[in-house]
Design a protein around this ligand. Sequence first.
Ligand SMILES: NC(=O)c1ccc[n+]([C@@H]2O[C@H](COP(=O)([O-])OP(=O)(O)OC[C@H]3O[C@@H](n4cnc5c(N)ncnc54)[C@H](OP(=O)(O)O)[C@@H]3O)[C@@H](O)[C@H]2O)c1
Length: 227
Amino acid sequence: MQKVVIITGANRGLGLETARQMAELDYQVILTSRDEKKGEETARDLGVRFHPLDVISAKSIAALLGFVEQEFGRLDVLINNAGVFLDEKQGILDVPEESLRATLETNTFGPLMLARAFIPMMIAQNYGRIVNVSSGMGEIGDLNNYGPSYRLSKLALNGITLMLANAVKGKNVLVNAVCPGWVRTDMGGPDAERDLETGASGIVWAATLPDEGPRGEFFRDGEKIDW
Ligand SMILES: NC(=O)c1ccc[n+]([C@@H]2O[C@H](COP(=O)([O-])OP(=O)(O)OC[C@H]3O[C@@H](n4cnc5c(N)ncnc54)[C@H](OP(=O)(O)O)[C@@H]3O)[C@@H](O)[C@H]2O)c1
C-alpha cells in the first residue's frame, strides 16, 4: 500500500524539495501550505495532492485531519517542516515579545498540535514516522545571543520530540528531530553552504526509517547530533 505523507510549509524551500523527494520514492504526498494559491500551483507542478494548512490554526489542523480520514483513512508520515525566523538584531534581553510568541506558535506549538492530531491514527495502524525539522541553532551547547526566538523555538521543539517519542514508546511510531544543515533557501539565504537536495535528504532519511529504526534522537545527514 502506498504510504501517505504530509509535509507542512511545502510551497517553497526545504518543504517543497522534501515533497519532491518523497514523491519520487512513490509516497502519496499531501503538500500543504498556508497560501492556498501557491500551494495548489506547486502541488499541480509536482503531480501531488494539496490541502491548505496554517500550522498555527487549530481549525486548519482539524480540517486537514478530516480530509486525511476521508480520503486515505491513514497517515504514515508527518513532516513538521514549516518554520519562521523572525528575529532581527536583538538578543534575548530585548527581542520583542511578539517575535518570541509568534515564533514559538509556528515552530514549536504547530508541530506539537499536528503530532497530537495524527498520532492516534498512527498508533491505531501501528505505523508512523514523525520528523520535526529542527536546527543546530537549538542545540543546548550553542545557545548564544543571536536569533533568540528561533533558538528557543527549536530547543523546545527538540524537547517535544523527546517527550512525544517517550509517549509512543513500544509502538511502531518513530519521532525524531532533524537539522537539515545550513541550506540555501529564503530563510537560509544565498550564502548558505548546502543546496536544497542535500538539506532535504536528511529529512527524507528520517521519514523513511525502518521499523527497528531510532526514535527520540536528533540527526543531521542521518548521523546523531547533540541536543
Ligand atoms: N534553511 C536553513 O538553513 C535551515 C537550517 C536549519 C533549519 N531549517 C528549518 O527548515 C525548515 C524549512 O526552512 P526553509 O529554509 O525551507 O524556510 P523558508 O524557505 O523560509 O520556508 C518556510 C516555509 O514555512 C512556511 N510557513 C511559515 N509559517 C507557516 C504557517 N503558520 N503555516 C504553514 N506554513 C508556514 C512558509 O510558508 P509561506 O510561503 O506562506 O511563508 C514556507 O513554506 C524550517 O523549520 C527551518 O527552521 C532551515
